[in-house]
Design a binder for this molecule. Structure first.
Ligand code: MN
Length: 129
């Protein structure tokens, strides 16, 4: 069974780029473009991981990470932040919001691959049959 990733990103071009890359890596992808559609998508799909754009238009994407960390049934779902503002103070704020990791834009796909492999829950081989 494929891992499912929720990609929450407001930019159409970034969404297309990341979605295509993630599908090429073998993941199933659900996309959302703002906080409201993101909340609906995480409830409807129970993704294995969320890839979160920190600048969601006028909204702070970290509100989404904070919301997830306060929901008992969602707080174990790892969130990886993607941001153009990746200075140490920004990283600190991102990790404090509950994100597991922070990837700088433009995205280094080698780093993203490593981070996804680290944070996605491992599949029990017994259940893959
Ligand atoms: Mn954005």
């Amino acid at each position: 069974m494929k891992h499912q990733i929720l990609l929450l990103e407001d930019s159409f071009l970034n969404r297309e780029l990341l979605c295509d890359w993630l599908e090429g890596e073998g993941y199933e992808v659900v996309v959302a473009e703002d906080l409201n559609t993101g909340l609906a998508a995480v409830r409807d799909h129970s993704p294995d991981l969320v890839l979160l754009d920190v600048q969601l238009g006028a909204d702070d994407g970290l509100r989404f990470a904070k919301w997830m960390s306060n929901e008992p049934e969602l707080q174990l779902v790892p969130v990886i932040a993607v941001t153009a503002q990746a200075m140490p103070a920004d990283r600190e704020r991102i990790l404090e919001s509950g994100c597991k990791a922070c990837i700088a834009k433009p995205v280094d796909f080698v780093l993203l691959r490593t981070s996804l492999q680290r944070w996605l829950p491992s599949r029990d081989p017994v259940n893959l049959a």
